[in-house]
Ligand binder design. Structure first.
Ligand code: UGA
Length: 459
């Protein structure tokens, strides 16, 4: 059965959710205050890079099932079901989440409601938020209108957003334990295709649903920092963290996924979510429970510093006057997102230490330029590497894994490659005469370092 749905927020989460709900056959209205974003979406253009999303967007715009608006009034009149998918960024100068946008949806939407409605929150929020919003909603709702608030966290990964929305590994629904209303029935209707596919739906209270989301991201962050801590030990012990990860990953209780050591996690979710989680636990008087997340954060940030140190070592002790090629700016491949990107952060630190930095990323150039206009941006990997003393791979795009070490070797000044994501075949680079260095792995020396025409890296 087709439902009438409004989705508030048209960022990574909201735009994907709106398009995918239409793909499931529902009639959907995407709502945002940013009219330039809406204009793009209405024209079938996704305002960020997300593989496969544009096709879903276009298909559903054409079918008429998907529309966009900036009018809350239109959304309230049109939809029986409302999803909140606005951002919850880190508050400036604090660890806590900024809930302004979530609050604003409730404040603006609820007074306009004219008939029975279910509101599903999808944004990542500190535990206790749904209960607070529910209380506020009951103050704002017009007399005679019945409205339920439920929490339905989202687990999609950028780069796999469509797949993760249409075929998630689980659905989680938090309902008010005092007055659950019919939110579960409505969710079963909205997600009927997914449930038919056998995807489990876990129904719980509001607080648990909120916590499932933050706990999942905290666990993923911890897993990454765990392997990066092992990388630190491997480095001093002369061991290899990639082999170690493969070996422990065979134990199904541990699992190999999310055990890739490198320059660590970034993006719009994991870093801010673990910080907001710590802040919220502190407010609730359970700060001791999450002090380990501070260490998870520390290990993660230390990887960036370590990468800068390795680059400095590779050019003989000082970055001043050196030329560094940086391949990758996005926080991960198949995304143009540079929010808290380790790659761009490292590029900035290296430039601050006096190096001339040439950055190339297949998709994140515009976003990088916007936040880091002072870096040099090349139009290809080869151009970024011209005359480089060190080449650094900081985002594991397929295109970088497939680079030809011989071809790149011709244009650089020194054949030194630093693999910040342990994604390259080190011996292939060494065989082409490169000095290869990964993180948490022994360096591989491949013949002479200096390129015949270039001479030494430093004057
Ligand atoms: C993350 C979660 O994986 C999603 O489940 C969640 O829904 C989302 O946050 C969110 O809260 O919205 P995402 O930020 O898209 O998704 O990115 P991830 O794939 O989790 O990667 C995060 C970072 O960890 C990246 O910088 C990546 O390079 C890094 N990473 C990942 C590693 O350093 N090592 C690994 O083994 C895996």
């Amino acid at each position: 059965m087709s439902c009438r749905i409004a989705v508030f927020g048209t960022g990574y989460l909201g735009a994907t959710h709106a398009a995918c709900m239409a793909e499931l056959g529902h009639e959907v209205l995407g709502v945002d205050v940013d009219v330039s974003k809406l204009a793009k979406l209405e024209a079938g253009e996704v305002p960020f890079y997300e593989p496969g999303l544009e096709e879903v967007l276009k298909r559903n715009l054409e079918s008429g099932r998907l529309r966009f608006t900036s009018s809350y009034r239109e959304a309230a009149d049109f939809a029986d079901i409302h999803f909140i998918g606005v951002g919850t960024p880190q508050r400036k100068g604090e660890y806590a989440a900024d809930l302004t946008y979530v609050d604003s949806v409730i404040e603006q939407l609820v007074p306009l409601l004219t008939r029975s409605t279910t509101i599903f929150g999808k944004s990542t929020v500190p535990v206790g938020t749904a209960q607070r919003l529910g209380a506020r909603m009951r103050q704002l709702v017009p007399a005679g209108v019945d409205v339920d608030l439920a929490w339905n966290p989202e687990f999609l990964r950028e780069g796999f957003a469509v797949q993760d929305t249409l075929h998630p590994d689980r659905l989680v629904l938090g309902v008010d334990s005092v007055d659950p209303g019919n939110a579960e029935d409505i969710a079963r209707l909205v997600y009927s295709d997914l449930l038919d596919e056998g995807i489990p739906l876990l129904v719980t209270d509001l607080a648990t649903a909120e916590l499932v989301k933050t706990a999942a991201n905290a666990f993923l962050a911890t897993k990454i920092s765990f392997i990066n801590a092992m990388a630190e030990v491997c480095e001093v012990a002369g061991a290899d963290v990639s082999v170690l990860a493969d070996a422990i990953g065979h134990d199904v209780r541990i699992g190999r996924r999310f055990l890739n050591a490198g320059i660590g996690f970034g993006g719009g979710c994991l870093p801010k979510d673990i910080r907001a989680f710590m802040a919220r636990a502190g407010e609730l008087g359970a700060d001791e429970a999450l002090t380990f997340l501070r260490e998870v954060d520390n290990i993660n940030m230390r990887r960036r510093t370590r990468m800068v140190e390795l680059t400095r070592e590779a050019v003989g002790g000082s970055l001043l006057g050196s030329r560094i090629a940086i391949l990758g700016a996005a926080f991960k491949p198949d995304s143009d997102d540079v929010r808290d990107s380790p790659a761009l952060n490292i590029a900035g630190q290296i430039q601050l230490q006096g190096a001339s930095v040439n950055v190339f990323d297949p998709k994140a150039m515009d976003n990088s330029r916007a936040i880091f206009p002072t870096l040099n941006y090349a139009s290809s990997s080869l151009e970024a590497c011209e005359g480089a003393d060190v080449v650094m791979v900081l985002t594991e795009w397929r295109e970088f894994k497939d680079l030809d070490p011989v071809e790149i070797g011709i244009v650089v000044r020194n054949r030194t490659i630093l693999d910040g994501r342990n994604c390259l075949d080190g011996s292939r680079w060494a065989n082409a005469g490169w000095r290869y260095r990964g993180l948490g792995r022994r360096p591989i020396e491949g013949g002479r370092d200096d390129h015949a025409e270039g001479g030494s890296a430093r004057a």
